[in-house]
Ligand binder design. Structure first.
Ligand SMILES: Nc1ncnc2c1ncn2[C@@H]1O[C@H](COP(=O)(O)OP(=O)(O)OP(=O)(O)O)[C@@H](O)[C@H]1O
Ligand SMILES: [Mg+2]
Length: 438
């Protein structure tokens, strides 16, 4: 953020009102929470009584990328300078400690400290223990903390124990609410939505909104603290996502395999193909062309890694190039879930070009959701019946949601897991041709 314009509207009002012990800007992505909170933080740093200052975030790396680098660019090195390797930042002639919250040393460091002020990037991503310790360190008279967050589950500690107990709330509509009830904290809450950032173009907002669907649309675009419940792929639509014959495949990306010995083993073959849209424009999509599945319980026999590797080869020789009489596509990679170490070794020895599956579950689900919403991921009806059957029933785990965790119920998800690794891990091969906006 090199050129910062003077704040207006909610941003300006939040800076004026942020005078509580705890001050939190929360809401939609890109809604100017960081810019507004930093402007307030700089004012605090300039005026704060003597005492230690801290800036923190999930990791030192994310803090540097999200906050410190833009600050240096914004203020110039004379007013903002990170002293390499020392964990110290010189900001407006004050020394500020810099530490990531995931680091044991950071916990150690703040355990002994008394603080007059702290800035926390993305509060919902720091451990609860770190946050409560931080609050206990802010013991000096006039000590304050300023932080930002995107919405998470309503059961997340930040909503449950803090935001819901604000004594001052500038809400999503810009209404100012105050409460002096007994359970209130000295906490100011500012709820931001995309419309609160006047620096985003309508086209950017449209593209951003299309990128997020389902749960993430509600949280990151609408700025709501909602639980992960119900169907995960609520945008799944057989009419839209299942096709009788895929178009010609221009790139065979990968076979992605969810490995199991007692659980089913599920492999799916993914390729890029082009269809024409209603205006006759070429439109690249990802296609699940064929799948191979071995359920050892159903078949009453477990396969060895060597047998799996051979079966995969045999299966591929039978797969047809869509719309032709030719067989035997050769995909660029075999993507294997990262826990399947022994199978990976075997596959490598058998000459497969092995890639480690990217198993960040929530990021992967978000990616598949975006692809489905944009109509850019489709499955062959005859080629992938099992994974097609898994889509509608894949749901969030209600029990976990009550504890504030977002996670899927682990049943009938082997084809979906393979699809998720497959799409996420091969992303660099297709992302320039397949935009995620609808
Ligand atoms: N006052 C301003 N002047 C110029 N640009 C601004 C201003 N406020 C916000 N922006 C622009 O909007 C972008 C998003 O703002 P900001 O980073 O504060 O959002 P955020 O709510 O923290 O988003 P996220 O949740 O993604 O971290 C900035 O990178 C910047 O480009
Ligand atoms: Mg931010």
């Amino acid at each position: 953020m090199p050129h910062i314009e003077p704040l207006a509207g909610k941003g300006l009002e939040s800076v004026r009102l942020a005078d509580a012990r705890i001050n939190l800007w929360e809401g939609s992505v890109r809604s100017s929470k960081t810019v507004s909170s930093l402007i307030r933080w700089l004012k605090f740093v300039r005026e704060a009584p003597p005492g230690n200052l801290l800036m923190t975030g999930k990791t030192e790396r994310t803090l540097k990328r999200n906050i410190i680098d833009p600050l240096v660019e914004w203020l110039g090195p004379a007013r903002c300078r990170l002293v390499a390797g020392s964990g110290e930042l010189w900001l407006l002639n004050r020394r500020v400690y810099v530490a990531g919250a995931n680091d044991e040393r950071a916990q150690e460091k703040i355990r002994g400290l008394t603080l007059i002020g702290a800035y926390v990037d993305e509060v919902s991503t720091v451990p609860e223990s770190f946050w409560s310790m931080l609050l206990s360190r802010l013991s000096l008279d006039g000590a304050k903390v300023f932080g930002t967050s995107n919405p998470d589950s309503p059961a997340h500690f930040l909503m449950r124990d803090y935001l819901s107990r604000a004594s001052l709330w500038l809400d999503h509509h810009g209404k100012l609410l105050r409460s002096a009830a007994d359970d209130r904290l000295d906490l100011a809450r500012f709820s931001f939505r995309l419309a609160d950032n006047p620096h985003l173009s309508a086209a950017y907002i449209k593209a951003l909104s299309a990128e997020f669907t389902g749960l993430w649309r509600k949280r990151f675009i609408e700025g709501l603290w909602v639980a992960a419940e119900g169907a995960i792929y609520d945008m799944w639509d057989e009419d839209r996502h299942v096709i009788d014959i895929p178009p010609p495949i221009t790139q065979w990306l990968a076979v992605a395999a969810d490995y199991g010995t007692t659980n089913p083993f599920h492999a799916i073959l993914l390729g890029v193909g082009a269809e024409n849209d209603e205006h006759g424009m070429r439109r690249d999509c990802l296609y699940g062309v064929s799948e191979w599945r071995w359920d050892s319980r159903q078949k009453h026999r477990q396969l060895t890694d060597l047998e799996y590797s051979r079966h995969l080869r045999e299966w591929l020789t039978t797969v047809r190039f869509p719309g032709t009489r030719l067989h035997g596509p050769i995909p660029e990679y075999l993507i294997i879930d990262p826990s399947a170490a022994s199978f990976k070794v075997q596959a490598f020895q058998d000459g497969w070009n092995v890639a480690d599956g990217d198993n960040a579950v929530l990021d992967g689900i978000r990616l598949v959701s975006s692809l489905l919403s944009a109509g850019r991921l489709k499955f062959s009806r005859s080629g992938c019946p099992a994974v097609i059957g898994e889509f509608p029933s894949y749901s969030w785990d209600d029990k976990a949601a009550r504890k504030g965790e977002d996670k899927p119920v682990k049943i009938n998800d082997h084809g979906l897991d393979a699809t998720r690794y497959g799409c996420a891990t091969s992303r660099s091969l297709w992302h320039s041709r397949i935009p995620l906006a609808a």
